[in-house]
Ligand binder design. Structure first.
Ligand SMILES: [Zn+2]
Length: 188
C-alpha cells in the first residue's frame, strides 16, 4: 500500500510535475516586452505544491498594469499545456515587484531589444515604494541618477522626449550622439 518504494515513486512524480510547471511558467513571455520571459523579469515568484495542487505565484510589475490579466491567462494556458493540473495561479502584491528583480539575462535582452534597462534602485527601493507616485513620474535627474545610456551606441548623452514611451512603464528618450530614439524602462 504505502511502502517506502511507492512513496519515493510518488515523490518523484510530484517533483517532476513541479519542475514541468516551473519550466512552463518561466517560459511565458511578457505581453508588453515579448522578448522577455516572466523569469527574465523576475515576475515568477514561486512554484509550490499545496496538497495535490501546483500553486504558481506571480507578481505584477506594478499594480494596475493591464498586462497582469494577460500574464495570468498566459500562465494558466502554459500550465494546462504542460499537463500539470490541478493548479492555481496566484497574484502576490507584497513584497512589491521592483525593476531590480530583472535578471542579468533579462537586462541583456532588453538592451538587445533596443530598450535601455532600468537603473538599479538598490536597498532604498522599499522606502521609495511608499512614494510610488512621485517616483513613477519623476525624472532620473531628480532621483540623482545618470541619464540612461543609449542601447545603440552606449552614449549617456541622452535626453528624455516624453514621460511615456510605447507603454506607461517606459519613457521615450533620444540619443544626442547617434540620434536614435529609444525606450527607457523606468526603474520601479
Ligand atoms: Zn546612441
Amino acid at each position: 500500500m504505502n511502502a517506502p518504494g511507492d512513496r519515493m515513486l510518488q515523490d518523484r512524480i510530484l517533483q517532476d510535475r513541479l519542475m514541468r510547471a516551473r519550466e512552463a511558467a518561466a517560459r511565458v513571455c511578457d505581453p508588453e516586452i515579448p522578448s522577455l520571459t516572466l523569469e527574465d523579469l523576475g515576475i515568477l515568484r514561486t512554484v509550490d505544491l499545496e496538497d495535490d495542487r501546483v500553486v504558481v505565484t506571480i507578481v505584477p510589475t506594478y499594480t494596475g498594469c493591464p498586462a497582469t490579466d494577460a500574464i495570468h491567462d498566459d500562465v494558466r494556458s502554459a500550465l494546462t499545456a504542460a499537463g500539470v493540473a490541478p493548479f492555481e495561479v496566484r497574484i502576490a502584491l507584497a513584497p512589491a515587484w521592483s525593476s531590480d528583480w530583472i535578471t542579468a539575462e533579462g537586462r541583456a535582452k532588453l538592451l538587445h531589444a533596443g530598450i535601455a534597462p532600468p537603473a538599479c534602485l538598490g536597498p532604498s527601493r522599499t522606502e521609495q515604494a511608499q512614494r510610488s507616485v512621485i517616483r513613477f513620474t519623476s525624472h532620473p535627474r531628480d532621483r540623482g541618477q545618470a541619464e540612461p545610456a543609449c542601447p545603440r551606441c552606449g552614449s549617456t548623452h541622452t535626453e528624455e522626449l516624453s514621460e511615456y514611451g510605447s507603454t506607461a512603464c517606459k519613457s521615450l528618450y533620444r540619443c544626442r550622439a547617434c540620434a536614435e530614439p529609444f525606450d527607457y524602462f523606468k526603474p520601479y
